[in-house]
Design a binder for this molecule. Structure first.
Ligand SMILES: [Zn+2]
Length: 79
């Protein structure tokens, strides 16, 4: 999702929509639910947000609070 750069899959950040419908960062990579991968880059995340990539990936409107917590996580882990 996002820029089309290629990253090693294990360096990508997995976002998951869990069975309760919550959208969050899957830090373990093992959560159940629909997943989407995003680059560990704040810039790519911004692009994905603006293009509504997450909304499309999860077929729902991602709540602002979820976007903010994902954004914070990625900023902490960005390369
Ligand atoms: Zn990217």
């Amino acid at each position: 999702m996002g820029c089309g750069e290629t990253f090693d899959k294990k360096s990508l950040i997995r976002i998951v929509r869990n069975t309760d419908g919550l959208i969050l960062v899957d830090e373990t990579g093992r959560m159940n639910g629909r997943g989407a991968y995003i680059c560990p880059s704040a810039e790519c995340l911004d692009k994905a947000f603006k293009k509504h990539g997450l909304d499309r990936a999860f077929k729902t409107t991602v709540p602002k609070e979820a976007l903010e917590s994902i954004s914070e996580y990625i900023k902490e882990h960005a390369t």
